[in-house]
Design a protein around this ligand. Structure first.
Ligand code: BGC
Length: 746
């Protein structure tokens, strides 16, 4: 159908195949482009998809056919030897269908920890290992480009996709992304760093206009992309759904052509998010090369604009050339014989090690717990562990190790009565959830029903007598297309609070301790219940090996070394963006009428936080706000405890080409091996009001240091991150670099 429409629109017949028809070879891209008809060029620009049948029917092998469950593909143009390239999600592991028609073989992928946990590692090396393992699955399952990482800034704790993203700080986000991208691409497959840019809320994500100043964009919301691009040259980049200062992200010449390509030197191809952008011709003119998955309307826009002369063939060719430069790098072009059998066992180990590295110890009283201890395990999430989020950030993994299994695998004994109670209760709850979910099965836009929390006072009292320690897991999930609500997701429910309080009182009465585990998709309230818990462990959504990873940390086999990549405020209302985020709408149950999502290319200016969101907090996002305005927080950015102690030598600073080298020697002064993180902040002179008082400029983590051992960490601080504080190549008077343990403490 598409071919027909385009051919009719152009009044031309398909190009004849002759003996001299060139075949794509890797170094003849200009020749191929000049041999292509406009119809073929448009077919390449518009992606294919199994979800848009009339397009998929005509334009080649949709990713869905070669790799079922892949998000999309580019069109094959056989006449010119151009193969189809397969694109698949996503940030926590490859997302493809685990089963195929007419076959018993399974195609599971490893569920790695979510992005926020990766950022909590503060360890680019381990992030790179995860990237490499994930990239290997991409390669071995016949996919060419992984639609990851997602690196948007955590502007507000409630963004439903924060779990896919890294941090409230652009340096952590950019460095984590670069390590991840380099890891994936080391396998000969591509990445798509997303969503460019200012896509910091899910509500009305297709049509909301993000309004921010150039400075704020440059220093916060683009800096993460800049670092990633400069340090890792992702093969592709995905533009976001939203408008930016009135121009759609996919139609934004300024950001795509001037900033991304000219200023930062991005060499790859740019694609829209799925269904993103509105005017096909403007998308092409902006330098957004691929429209995914595309539709006839986009194709018609491009063809009409070329015919009318408002879009030049040179602009179309530039996009086509960049797509072909991507194609020739791919395994599909190189006819790589993929095995459909990556080493899932080896990758599970990588997943577990990464999860262990990013777990953050927030409060320490009793931990670690000897494995001979008898554990009373409470909380429905202990038995129905949340390994990852929903939507395109989900992974079809073969299994999830929950906390019960993890503790048992580690050698702990569970209190039998509590275990039996939950076995029974969870069976009933699972049935109830399945009933609720049945009518809406397969719709990822609607939250799946979760087991309800339960408090059985008699059980708790008897467990306090029998067991040595209590553990409660609190679980939270979120996903694409919906932000979290304060009332139902950020705050703990009445039952959860009652469970924590009741268990705490019963165990404390017996001189025993309570550990609370947060298996959560984002920041949750801790302030209201912190005093009841002796230990608080944050494992985010730690992937399929989560239960094993957490058990290893609880037992002390692994000494926690994760650090927060964002602030935990004392109250949601303290957040600098809380007045400017659509929280009010998300307290209502999911309802499409809460969403305008109008795809008509018109920027609306009526409802704040729905039609447009003003980034009026400026640079004062996350810790930049809390530290500058002296607002008390629950846990600061960069915070995390250890089972050992460290002492630091005095920082040495030396000017080097393009920046400074800071070095700090770290010594393990405690009894057990551990890792420490040094964070270097650029601190403003006293009395500065127009800029944050402190901003992270470099960080490094030690290797595993035995008790008494030291390591000197060397960190490069690039000048371009400190422009505002430099004159004549030196720091202006009063500005200084300070090594700190977190954004509040040195
Ligand atoms: C998401 C992207 C994802 C794409 C393909 C979109 O809905 O926003 O992050 O890569 O779908 O699945």
């Amino acid at each position: 159908m598409l071919a027909f429409i385009l051919a009719a629109a152009l009044a031309c017949s398909p190009a004849p195949e002759t003996n001299s028809t060139p075949q794509l070879s890797g170094n003849n891209i200009p020749e191929i482009v000049s041999a292509m008809t406009l119809e073929e060029k448009v077919r390449l620009i518009i992606g294919t998809s199994t979800t848009i049948e009339d397009v998929a029917g005509d334009v080649g092998n949709a990713g869905g056919r070669k790799v079922p469950g892949a998000a999309g593909a580019t069109a094959a143009i056989e006449r010119l030897g151009i193969p189809s390239v397969v694109l698949a999600d996503g940030p926590a592991g490859l997302r493809i269908s685990p089963r195929r028609k007419d076959s018993d073989k399974t195609y599971y992928c490893t569920g790695f920890p979510v992005g926020t946990l990766m950022a909590s590692c503060w360890n680019p090396e381990i992030v790179g290992q995860v990237g490499a393992a994930m990239g290997n699955e991409v390669l071995e399952y016949g996919v060419d480009v992984l639609l990851a990482p997602g690196i948007n800034i955590h502007r507000n704790p409630l963004c439903g996709r924060n779990f896919e993203y890294y941090s409230e700080d652009p340096l952590i986000a950019g460095e984590t992304a670069a390590a991840f991208i380099n890891g994936v691409q080391s396998q000969g497959v591509g990445t798509s760093v997303k969503h460019f840019a200012l896509n910091n809320q899910e509500l009305n994500r297709l049509a909301c206009n993000s309004v921010a100043s150039e400075d704020v964009m440059k220093e916060i919301y683009l800096r993460n992309f800049e670092i990633a691009v400069k340090k890792s040259q992702p093969w592709t980049l995905m533009t976001s759904y939203n408008y930016i200062n009135g121009v759609h992200a996919a139609e934004n010449t300024h950001l795509i052509t001037d900033v991304l390509r000219s200023q930062w030197g991005f060499e790859g191809a740019v694609m829209t998010d799925w269904g993103g952008g509105y005017h096909g011709d403007r998308i092409v003119a902006a330098g957004n090369d691929m429209i995914q998955p595309g539709s006839r309307r986009f194709a018609r826009d491009i063809v009409d604009a070329v015919r009318e002369g408002s879009l030049s063939m040179a602009e179309v060719d530039a996009c086509v050339e960049r797509i072909l430069r991507l194609v020739v790098k791919t395994p599909s072009f190189k006819a790589y014989k993929y095995s459909d059998a990556p080493d899932l066992e080896a990758h599970a180990k990588v997943s577990r090690e990464a999860a262990q590295e990013g777990i953050v110890l927030l409060k320490r009283g009793a931990l670690p717990v000897g494995i001979r201890s008898k554990v009373a395990l409470f909380g429905v999430a202990s038995y129905d562990f949340i390994a990852g989020g929903t939507g395109s950030g989900d992974v079809n993994k073969a299994y999830v190790v929950d906390l019960k299994q993890g503790l048992e695998n580690c050698g702990f004994t569970l209190d039998g009565k509590v275990d039996a109670y939950y076995k029974n209760y969870m069976e009933r709850e699972r049935k109830r959830c399945a009933m609720v979910d049945r009518p809406r099965d397969g719709n990822w836009y609607i939250d799946k029903e979760r087991p309800l929390e339960v408090v059985c006072e008699d059980l708790i009292a008897s467990a306090a007598g029998n067991a040595d320690i209590a553990i409660i897991t609190i679980g939270r999930i979120s996903g694409e297309s919906k932000d979290r609500s304060v009332q139902f997701n950020y705050m703990l429910s009445r039952e959860e609070l009652r469970l924590i309080r009741t268990v705490s009182e019963a165990f404390h009465k017996q001189g025993k301790k309570l550990t609370v585990l947060l298996d959560v998709c984002g920041v949750v309230d801790v302030t209201s219940w912190e005093k009841y818990a002796d230990d608080i462990v944050l494992c985010w959504l730690p992937g399929q090996e989560g239960g094993n990873a957490v058990a290893n940390v609880l037992s002390g086999k692994v000494n926690p070394s994760g650090r927060l990549p964002m602030t935990f405020p004392r109250n949601y209302a303290d957040d600098p963006t809380s007045d400017n985020f659509p929280e009010i709408f998300t307290d209502k149950p999911f309802n499409y009428s809460n969403y305008r999502n109008t795809r008509d290319g018109i920027v609306r200016n009526e409802i704040p936080c729905v039609d447009y969101t003003e980034y009026s907090e400026g640079l004062f996002v996350g810790y930049r706000y809390y530290t500058s305005k002296n607002v008390d927080v629950q846990y600061p950015f960069g915070y995390g405890l250890s089972y050992t102690t460290f002492s630091w030598g005095k920082m040495k600073l030396r000017k080097v080409e393009g920046g400074w080298e800071a070095s700090v020697s770290v010594r393990n002064t405690g009894d057990v091996p551990g890792k420490d993180v040094v964070e270097i902040y650029l601190q403003a002179p006293e009395g500065t009001v127009d800029r944050p008082v402190r901003e992270l400029k470099a960080f490094a983590k030690t290797g595993l240091l035995d008790s008494g051992k030291s390591e000197t960490l060397r960190m490069f601080i690039p000048e371009y991150l400190c422009e505002y504080a430099i004159s004549d190549g030196k720091l202006k008077s009063g500005w200084e670099f300070v090594p700190m343990k977190n954004a509040l403490e040195n």
